[in-house]
Write a new protein. Structure first.
Ligand SMILES: [Zn+2]
Length: 427
């Protein structure tokens, strides 16, 4: 994909161990696996149809209820018993294996970045389907249903259990609230797969963390001429931004900052009583994220002190509010879940690929030490997070086949392969 001169990620092909390779050789030679792969290919149009239905039910972050209810019905209709909607709004149900194998949660996210009132009606132009959210994550949600149909169709018996489901609040200020709640309630989960827009080769295994702050300066405010000599909220914000702008951060692990928004003031001839800025801090390392955060917050406070000192007053105050907290995390590139994702991609004739760190639901389990990856849902797509978002289903089934093989390798096919995923604890 993109050209990288420096990279922390090793060559993907060399990571697959003989044990994992052997598992995938066996799976590929298994009759019911071959049948299932064929079934998935023939099911491509059904998956697109599901994707359209799901996309047309609006689901802004924090307003996922209607789509969640619909999804619950779909999971139930596909044979899952006791489909739950937890207190946060996550929807999921378990497909039991035959034994005491590991449990893996396979999930996509219900919410979209689009505000209430955005039309999500799908328009077909040529081979492309256009609608906000159709790829992110309408595709992932449809792929979950396709996987379930595939497991059912060939009556696949697994060693371990698979939880199929969907989370709330993955996007923006949703702040991964669904994934956080799920893993608080299921700390012994053995593995996690999130499905997001991407190629069938996509394997994301590193988590970019972010902390977001809303900082508000408040002062007395007054007439620009008549009250001259009092601290200004706008001047304080600008002092802070000037200091933040000069911060140095490491290139590796990648660590970034930006003041993304500034608002404030009343009129050109008013000393501003209030001004606010939104700060986004990110890193692939939790340690670097904390270091950066301390530096930024120190400057935010310093700016208030300087503005007060400038006018020998103490009337300006600063409020700091944490509005986003996504944990960062890393895991070795050769953990079994990553190997399974690479081997299944190779089994289908692709050159396996490791992607750079991103921010997805997988951040939560990775930060907790639970093996987790984010895989691509397939198809051609573009314009994600814009009103011109589209999806093109040609050949999209390849990614479903790949995720099917990944899941199957991890939980084990009864009478054929041992689970690749370790079973950590009794649930
Ligand atoms: Zn997404």
């Amino acid at each position: 994909m993109d050209e990288r001169e420096h990279t922390d990620t090793p060559n993907a092909q060399h990571i697959i161990s003989p044990r994992v390779k052997e598992t995938y050789d066996r799976l590929l030679n298994n009759f019911s696996v071959q049948e299932t792969l064929e079934f998935i290919r023939g099911d491509n149009a059904n998956t697109t149809e599901d994707q359209i239905k799901i996309t047309e039910i609006p689901a802004p972050s924090f307003m996922e209820q209607q789509r969640g209810q619909y999804y619950k019905g779909r999971l139930r209709d596909l044979g899952l018993r006791e489909v739950q909607i937890d207190a946060e709004g996550n929807v999921f149900a378990i497909r039991k294996g035959i034994g005491r194998g590991p449990t893996v949660f396979v999930s996509a996210h219900l919410d979209t970045v689009f505000p209430e009132g955005t039309s999500t009606t799908v328009n077909k132009i040529g081979e492309r389907f256009y609608a906000p959210g159709i790829s992110d994550d309408g595709r992932g949600l449809a792929v979950i249903l396709a996987l379930l149909r595939a497991f059912n169709e060939a009556k696949i018996e697994t060693e371990g259990d698979i939880i199929f489901g969907a989370t709330v609040g993955e996007e923006g200020l949703g702040d991964l609230r669904g994934a956080k709640a799920f893993f608080r309630a299921h700390p012994n989960m053995d593995g996690f797969i999130s499905i997001e827009p991407g190629e069938p080769t996509r394997t994301t295994y590193l988590a970019t963390g972010s902390h977001r702050y809303k900082v508000t300066y408040k002062g007395p405010g007054g007439h620009s001429f008549g009250e001259f000599g009092i601290p200004s909220a706008i001047h304080a914000v600008c002092r802070a931004v000037a200091m933040i702008a000069d911060l140095e951060v490491p290139e590796y692990p990648k660590t970034t900052f930006t003041v993304g928004e500034i608002k404030g003031g009343t009129s050109v001839n008013t000393i501003a009583a209030e001004a606010t800025m939104m700060i986004d801090l990110r890193s692939n390392s939790e340690v670097e994220l904390r270091v950066l955060e301390q530096q930024v917050l120190a400057r935010v406070e310093q700016a208030a002190r300087q503005e007060n000192a400038r006018w020998k007053k103490n009337s300006l105050q600063v409020q700091i509010e944490l509005v986003g907290n996504r944990p960062a995390g890393t895991q070795p590139a050769d953990v079994r879940i990553v190997q399974a994702a690479l081997a299944s991609s190779q089994a289908l004739g692709y050159v396996p690929e490791l992607n750079e760190a991103q921010s997805t639901d997988s951040n939560v389990p990775i930060s907790l030490g639970i093996p987790a990856i984010t895989l691509g849902g397939g198809g051609a797509f573009g314009g994600t997070h814009t009103l011109d978002e589209f999806f093109e289903p040609t050949g999209a089934y390849c990614a479903v086949q790949r995720i099917f093989l990944t899941v199957l390798g991890l939980v084990g096919l009864h009478n054929a392969t041992e689970p690749l995923l370790a079973h950590h604890a009794e649930m």
